[in-house]
Design a protein around this ligand. Structure first.
Ligand SMILES: Cc1cc2nc3c(=O)[nH]c(=O)nc-3n(C[C@H](O)[C@H](O)[C@H](O)COP(=O)(O)OP(=O)(O)OC[C@H]3O[C@@H](n4cnc5c(N)ncnc54)[C@H](O)[C@@H]3O)c2cc1C
Length: 405
């Protein structure tokens, strides 16, 4: 009912057992969070070992699952290392595209339609560069307005998180396995059996739970890894064994914006996420962070727990936590929403229910930017579903019959 078994994208269960993941799951259960063997099934709530798109030790990416087989069929002309710089219009119809490749500019014409899939930051960037966006902002950059669509680049949503990490004892974490001789051993394991550290995803367990006991639905998520980053060295693992929880809110209300700052497609757009702008977002994240601390402090984890690393035991009151949030909040890498699907009457709308850009002919968006709101989970699967549905609509296929759940 909730998943098939013969689609192009392989999804597998975590096949790597470790005392630090077992202890994490037991600690969460000790706090009353039930174990859930399929959080992508009927019920998301609980603590689970992560499911992942890794098959036989290799990532099953959308390129691997969809693009490579399509290329083999021979009806795609793929141009890599090419940067789309501008959509060309004729009387409100998308007619072609300029792109930059190897220091040269090229132009292609579309016979049917143009489909944008540059992602949450670059799709609105390309629309704005091409004259589709807020007329006021376009006028500021002297870009001729093709269509005033103020929602382009608005409604940026993301799962933002703060790290809650601990130093552990009596055991090796991934920190030690990822350097020196142990890393050489992991490389050998991978080369000869596609197993071990190099065949793992970063988060090995997930918790979906409630920020308050009176809620009926879960509203927070915690990703867990038996590894920890050094707070003082960017993206470097600690020199001692550690574990990390990354708590976030399922559906934050805060909204950010993506806006070009120049007419040059090579200039990155300004990304203003406005994380935690809404007070409720701060409250819910605080509850998720406290739950992370409680899980790592539970009895089932006590054989391994040595001390809290981040934020550290001197952070206790709400204000101390909020101060820590301001210093350490970061992206959960799930941005969505900057070309929002909504009826044309909605001032934030960019695409209609068939993913077509409002007010323009022959132009669709098929990527995570069309999500009206952020999903209560990681965004990769939702994006693939948009792409599957989008391809059916482009091909003119009838929708599948509705299923009773
Ligand atoms: C570090 C990281 C970790 C993540 N981990 C997870 C996870 O564990 N689970 C999960 O569910 N989700 C995860 N995500 C989120 C997931 O990857 C995204 O939700 C998903 O990839 C969004 O797909 P998209 O097609 O909208 O955009 P993208 O995947 O970003 O694809 C956009 C593509 O367009 C190309 N492009 C952009 N602009 C141009 C241009 N002007 N010309 C030509 N090409 C262009 C880009 O190079 C890119 O290839 C993660 C994301 C990141 C960054």
């Amino acid at each position: 009912m909730f998943r098939g078994g013969n689609g192009p994208l392989q999804v597998t269960e975590l096949d790597w057992q470790h005392p630090l993941t077992d202890a994490f799951i037991q600690s969460a259960r000790e706090l009353g969070i039930p174990a859930n063997t399929d959080y992508n099934g009927a019920n998301q709530a609980g603590v689970s070992a992560a499911q992942r798109s890794i098959y036989r030790g290799r990532r099953c990416s959308p390129a691997h699952a969809y693009l490579h087989p399509a290329l083999t069929a021979g009806n795609i002309d793929l141009r890599v290392n090419a940067l789309a710089t501008k959509i060309l219009f004729d009387n409100g119809r998308a007619k072609g595209l300029c792109y930059h490749r190897g220091g040269r500019q090229f132009k292609v014409e579309a016979t049917r339609e143009i489909i944008l899939c540059g992602g949450v930051f670059n799709t609105p960037q390309l629309l704005q560069l091409s004259g589709v966006g807020s007329s006021e902002s376009l006028n500021d950059l002297a870009i001729p307005v093709v269509h005033h669509l103020p929602g382009v680049g608005q409604n940026l949503r993301d799962h933002c998180y703060i790290p809650v990490s601990a130093r552990v004892r009596n055991i090796k974490s991934l920190n030690e396995r990822s350097r020196g001789i142990p890393l050489c051993m992991e490389v050998l394991k991978y080369v000869f059996g596609r197993r071990g550290l190099l065949a793992l995803q970063p988060s090995l367990c997930y918790v979906s739970w409630k920020s308050r006991p009176d809620l009926t639905d879960n509203d927070i998520q915690i990703a867990y890894a038996p590894a920890s980053y050094d707070a003082n060295r960017d993206m470097q693992l600690n020199d001692y064994p550690g574990v990390t929880c990354a708590p976030w809110q399922h559906v934050p209300k805060s909204k950010g914006v993506v806006q070009i700052c120049s007419r040059d497609a090579l200039d990155p757009p300004r990304i203003q996420p406005n994380y935690l702008q809404e007070p409720t977002d701060r409250e819910v994240l605080l509850a998720a962070a406290r739950l992370s601390r409680d899980i790592l402090s539970a009895r089932a984890f006590s054989d391994f727990f040595e001390s809290e690393d981040q934020p550290g035991r001197d952070v206790n009151t709400d204000d101390e936590w909020y101060d820590y949030m301001r210093q350490s909040v970061g992206t959960g890498y799930h941005p969505v929403g900057t070309c929002r699907m909504a009826p044309v009457s909605d001032p934030t709308a960019v695409v209609d229910s068939e993913l077509k850009v409002h007010g323009i002919q022959a132009l669709r968006v098929v990527d995570a930017s069309v999500m009206p709101n952020i999903p209560s989970g990681n965004t990769h699967a939702s994006t693939l579903m948009i792409a599957e549905k989008g391809s059916d609509m482009i091909l003119g296929k009838s929708p599948l019959p509705a299923t009773e759940l």
